[in-house]
Design a protein around this ligand. Sequence first.
Ligand code: SF4
Length: 97
Amino acid sequence: MEIISCPTCGRCEIDLLPLVRKIEQRVKGIATPLTVAIMGCVVNGPGEAREADVGIAGGRSKGALFRKGQVVRKIREKDFAVALFEEIERTLGEISR
Ligand code: SF4
């Protein structure tokens, strides 16, 4: 699994690094080739999030969850990690079918 995270900049609107670490921990050991993008803003984040299998583009206190190029739904910042991981699991489940 490949996790792409933005390098963060002045536009970053979420607490990105703890989220990246949390997801890295949870997907450790999963060998399925899946790309997960974790991006910090709604300016440049959606482009990269759309390219990934699962992605998130953070915004002020909420963000957009992407899957295979489509917005799945909007999520609150406190739910980012859970929603992202659920979407990763869902995608993994479909791949292994
Ligand atoms: S995605 Fe947004 S926050 Fe992240 S580096 Fe790019 S412009 Fe900055």
